[in-house]
Design a protein around this ligand. Structure first.
Ligand code: HPA
Length: 278
């Protein structure tokens, strides 16, 4: 397992992408579990399976297709990750976040991240969409930060600031778009864990006490790497299930994929509006 990816390898992967598309995207969108549909709306799309890119990890999870879709959406040139790689698949944090490094070398300035998450806030219901206003980096606090290893000085600082991980201007735009398109937008703190086991009731009560509104197994490492590289980030969580703080219900991956069908059109409306407003 490669725990550190040198710039030369990042650039080899970026060069392979450049060979396969004439588009010059400035905005990237990562689509989470069950939220893949938006990639099919990209016009003049060039499709690049992760398996064709040197050093790239390949996603193994159901509901994650595993390719870059590069083309046009709502008047913007975008790079969409249809399917992401998770730490729990057995890759290193550096491998999991390599796509974000490659985006940065391709000139991406804005990253829109989506995920499926468990609703920990008592008011959140399956099918809700939450604007991520901040995150709890639990996976990082336990020593798993994607910036471990020698710093890539050409890309960013050794100790990057995370005080505004989710860009305030983009959050404001997302709120405005949601209001205009009649989508109820929740807001809150996303806690990033490794998974793949779902949380125990005690885990969830702990997370709630710590200020968690939604919990999931992705996003935080990607946003850290994006911020390290100076990108702006916008995060949206689709609430696929109610977190089970008292142990009275079970959580399944099928439920996550099923909820994606309700969530996708809402997330899509917000992303389309944000793209138009940028
Ligand atoms: N916990 C963690 N990750 C998730 C959940 C959850 O309840 N739902 C969707 N992804």
């Amino acid at each position: 397992m490669q725990t550190y990816i040198p710039l030369a390898q990042i650039d080899e992967a970026a060069q392979e992408v450049r060979k396969r598309t004439l588009h010059k995207p400035r905005i990237a969108i990562i689509l989470g579990s069950g939220l893949n549909g938006l990639a099919d709306s990209v016009q003049k799309a060039d499709l690049i399976p992760y398996g064709d890119l040197p050093h790239f990890p390949v996603s193994t999870v159901e509901g994650h297709a595993g390719r870059f879709v590069i083309g046009e959406l709502e008047g913007q040139t975008v790079l969409v990750m249809q399917g992401r790689i998770h730490y729990y698949e057995g890759y290193s944090m550096a491998q999991v976040t390599l796509p974000v490094r490659v985006m940065q070398r391709l000139g991406i300035e804005t990253l829109i991240v989506t995920n499926a998450a468990g609703g920990v806030h008592p008011d959140f219901q399956p099918g809700d969409v939450m604007l991520i206003t901040d995150n709890l980096n639990l996976i990082g606090m336990s020593g798993l930060n994607p910036l471990m290893g020698p710093n890539l000085d050409e890309i960013g600082p050794r100790f990057p600031d995370m005080s505004q991980a989710y860009d305030r201007g983009l959050c404001e735009l997302a709120r405005k778009v949601a209001k205009e398109s009649g989508v109820q937008l929740r807001e809150g703190v996303y806690a990033g864990l490794s998974g793949p086991s779902f949380e125990s009731p005690a885990d969830l009560r702990f997370l709630r006490l710590a200020g968690t509104d939604a919990v999931g197994m992705s996003t935080v490492p990607e946003v850290i790497v994006a911020r390290h590289g100076g990108m702006r980030a916008l995060g949206l969580s689709g609430i696929s299930n109610k977190a089970n703080l008292d142990g009275s219900t079970v959580t399944t991956h099928e439920e996550v994929i099923e909820a994606g069908k309700v969530i996708t059109p809402k997330v899509e409306k917000i992303i389309r509006g944000v793209l138009r407003g940028m």
